[in-house]
Each structure stands twice: as C-alpha cells, then as structure tokens.
Design a binder for this molecule. Structure first.
Ligand code: HEM
Length: 449
C-alpha cells in the first residue's frame, strides 16, 4: 500500500467545513457510524483540520499508555483553555505537568482520601435531609450541587453554598466550552454574551481563590491542615509554583471535579431507578456492610455498588470523548497517522461497541464482576496512562458514599423519560430533567440494627 492508501479511511466531507455538520448534529451517532462504516481507526475533517477517531482498545492503549510521549493534549485544547487554566494540571505538558502532578498527588493518596469520607457523608446527608416521602427530585440538579459542595469542603475547606461565585463561575466556564454550541468554536476575544459572562466570572473566581490563599496564609501553620489548597499555597510560598499556576490549578480542580462526578451520580441513579431489583440488591449490600452511617472502611466492601457505578459510567461516560495530537508520524492499527493530526478517543462509541460488549445497550453490572477477557482499554471513563484522571478514586469514593446515604433512606423510581435526550456538551449532559420519585424506607430500623 502507498502512504496515501494507508491513511485511515473516512467519509468525504463538504469543502471547508468537512464533516462538522454531521458531527454537530449528533456526535454519538457520528462516531458510532464512523466505527461501523470505516472501522475503529477512521479519519474525518472539522473546519479543515484533519482528525482521526481512535476507537480500537489496542490503539487507545498505545496512545494513552505505551507511546504516550508521542501524543500531546494539542494546540486546540491549549488555545481554548489557555485563559482559564492554561498553567494548570489539565493543560500543561512535559516537566511542568510532571512537577505539578507530583506536587498535588498527596491530596489524592488513599489514606488522605479516607479522611474526606465524613465530609462527603455529611454533605450527602445534608442533601437527603431536604427530601421527603413522595417527593420528585431533579437528580442532576441535586447531584451537581452535592458534588460541588463536597469538592469545596474536602479540597479547599470552603462552604460553596455560602459562596455562589464558585458555582456561577463554573457554570460560565462550562457554558463557554459547551462544544454542543457553535460559539465554543469562536475565539475568546469576541465580545459575545457568553464570552463576556465568562470573562467576568473568571475574574471573580480568580479574586476569590486569591482570597482563599490569603486566608489560608493568615492561619497558624499547625491549623492549616493538608488539603489541596494548603498544598498549593505551600508550593507557591516555596517558589515551586507560580501564582498563575496556583490560580489555574484551583480553577482546574473546581472545573474538572464537580460536574463530572455529579453526572456519574445522576446516571447511576437513572439506571438504578429503572432496575428496582438491582437497587434492592445494592440496598441490601449497604445494610450488610455498615453499622450506622457509612464509613471509609465500608466503601471497599461495596463491590456490587462498584460494579453498578462502572456499568453506569460505561453506558453514560460523563467524559464521552477527549483529544490528543500526534507529535510525530505514528502507525495505528496498520494505518499511518501523520504528525499534527488531531486524535479523538470516543468513550461513548467504544463503551457501546458490540465487539467488546454483549448486548451493549443493556444495564448489566455483572459484566464487571470477576475476570473478563475484554481488552483493558475497551473501558476508559477516567482516561488512562500517566495522564489518567487524578480524581478517579476521589470520585468513586464520593459516588459510593452519596449512593449509600441515599439507599439507606429511600427507595426510588423513575419519574421522567427512561431514555432521556443527551447533550454532547463539555461533558455528557442530560438534555431534559432526570427525575426520581422517593419513597421513604419503612424497614430502616430493622436494617440498621
Ligand atoms: C466521574 C467523575 C470523573 C470523570 C468521568 C473524569 C474523567 C476524566 C478523564 C477522562 C480525564 C483524562 C482527560 C485526558 O486525558 O485528556 C480526567 C483528567 C483529570 N481529572 Fe477527572 N474525572 C472525574 C472526576 C474528577 C475529580 C473528582 C477530579 C478532582 C477532584 C478530577 C480532576 C482531574 C484532573 C486534574 C485531570 C487532569 C489530570 C492530568 O492531566 O494529569 N476529575 N478526568
């Protein structure tokens, strides 16, 4: 084959816009269609940029793990996120990234994470205390607020419910990068309403995080604790982190950690509301494991719950695709991919590929029980390799704690569309409210005795 023939196959798009129209109409169908028609490594074009979908687990593993040094986050991402978090962990590369990852890692060690569980539980209890028998709850709304609250309390020592600036800024940033809207392709500098709001809120958020750092410095060292905020402040004071790196990391963690986890919880509740038997099994597991409110020691024993969360994240991965850029010519699954090509790794299409998943549309947590012969990268809701999600364990602990708290108090059934519209926004968001109707448990006393 000539080099031309070894370029990944793909649809011929329109001049200039390429496949942008199809892509923005339905991202999910686009990638699944590409996979079916052209295979698991396939090419397409967006606004004149050559892009390549990488949807084969072996190729994904090479990009994220085996040859990760040949793939960067890429120019588009760097440019788009430069203002908000260009100097933070999510965007930086090379030694700067390695340095930051090593610095913040201690906030995510298992022992440290265990100490966050009481705050996670208290937050979940605060949410559930507002609920009543027979009430219908908008799950995404409640779970997003809960995970924002958890993040604030555990990593930064702030009560975000008293500081609306954080959630307002976060909404504005997420709206700015809402890839389902055409304006996310427009330059930041254009004075569109979304951009203006974004700039204003980002400015306020920066003032707020600087103020947090200031307050932390005012505290006696022995009272400062060792949460993420203290770790970052210490590195700034030791001149191992610049002020820009500090701010951008504060924004990064607020941005990367809350909507994703809120969505993970939302979709797990959606699945459990539709599968009362599975819900009952999980409730029984929670009751058998805990003595009173759930603790850090209980969480590893909630294996069935872990499988249910994994399965919900398979069907509804909050991060449904992400990008890399090849820094040199590479070969993937027998195709030549030239340096500079934008690679898309679509969890959505891989997690629902019948090649690796029997009856892929079905919610079957047992798939994750025991060993399987599935390739490892057929499932990657948290990415993979050295740049895998640093908050993965944090998110899993939070999801288990919140679910255990809810299951301890209520049974619930779905009160909205069982197949809700989904929006390919910055994250995979429901396009309509996902609602559950609550029924207070009448067997709780027996169960907790
Ligand atoms: C269900 C919840 C979550 C999901 C599905 C998720 C997903 C991901 C994915 C797919 C990546 C890799 C992106 C890439 O390689 O380009 C990532 C990276 C990252 N995540 Fe998460 N995440 C979640 C929760 C969290 C939480 C709770 C935090 C922080 C408290 C967090 C912080 C980060 C950061 C800082 C990175 C960049 C890491 C690096 O490049 O070194 N995430 N996440």
């Amino acid at each position: 084959m000539s080099t031309e023939e070894r370029y990944p196959p793909g649809p011929r798009g329109l001049p200039v816009v390429g496949n942008t129209v199809d892509l923005s109409r339905d991202v999910f169908a686009f990638f699944e269609g590409l996979r079916e028609e052209y295979g698991r490594v396939a090419s397409y074009q967006v606004f004149g940029t050559d892009a390549c979908m990488v949807a084969h687990p072996d190729a994904i593993q090479r990009v994220l793990l085996d040859e990760h040094e040949a793939f960067e986050k890429g120019e588009v991402l760097r440019r788009n996120l430069a203002d908000a978090m260009g100097e933070g962990l999510f965007v930086t590369g090379g030694d700067q990234w390695r340095n930051q990852r090593t610095q913040v890692q201690p906030a995510f060690y298992r022992d440290r994470l265990n100490t966050y569980v009481p705050a996670m539980r208290a937050t979940a209890e605060g949410t559930v205390e507002q609920w009543r028998d027979g009430m219908v709850v908008d799950v995404n709304d409640r779970m997003t607020a809960t995970s924002m609250d958890v993040l604030g309390r555990t990593l930064f020592g702030v009560d975000v419910t008293e500081n609306p600036v954080v959630s307002e800024a976060s909404d504005a940033i997420l709206a700015r990068f809402d890839t389902s809207r055409f304006w996310s392709f427009l330059p930041d500098r254009l004075p569109t309403p979304t951009n203006r709001r974004y700039r204003r809120e980002l400015g306020e958020l920066r003032t707020f995080v600087d103020e947090l750092a200031h307050q932390r410095r005012e505290q006696q060292p022995e009272n400062r604790g060792d949460d993420l905020l203290s770790i970052l402040v210490e590195f700034v004071d030791a001149s191992d982190l610049t002020r820009e790196e500090f701010r951008d990391n504060m924004v990064t963690f607020l941005f990367a950690g809350h909507e994703t986890t809120g969505l993970g919880l939302t979709y797990t509740l959606l699945c459990l509301a539709q599968h009362p038997d599975e819900q009952a099994e999980l409730r029984a597991e929670v009751d058998s494991v805990r003595e009173g409110p759930v603790t850090a020691d209980d969480l590893p024993e909630l294996e069935r719950m872990e499988n249910a969360i994994d399965e919900a994240l398979r069907l509804y991965p909050p991060v449904y695709m992400f990008f890399r850029e090849a820094t040199r010519d590479v070969e993937l699954q027998g195709y030549d991919v030239p340096a500079g090509t934008t690679l898309v790794l679509p969890q959505w299409a891989v997690h629902r590929d019948p090649m690796w998943w029997d009856d892929p549309e079905a919610f079957r947590p047992d798939r994750f029980a025991g060993n399987t012969d599935r390739p490892e990268y057929a499932y990657f809701p948290f990415g993979g390799g050295p740049r895998h999600c640093i908050g993965m364990r944090f998110a899993r602990m939070e999801m288990k704690t919140v679910l255990a708290t809810i299951l301890g108090e209520y049974t619930f059934e779905l009160a909205s569309d069982p197949d809700p519209d989904l929006i390919a926004s910055t994250n995979l968001k429901p396009g309509e409210a996902i609602e559950i109707e609550l029924h207070e448990r009448d067997d709780t006393d027996e169960a907790t005795l």
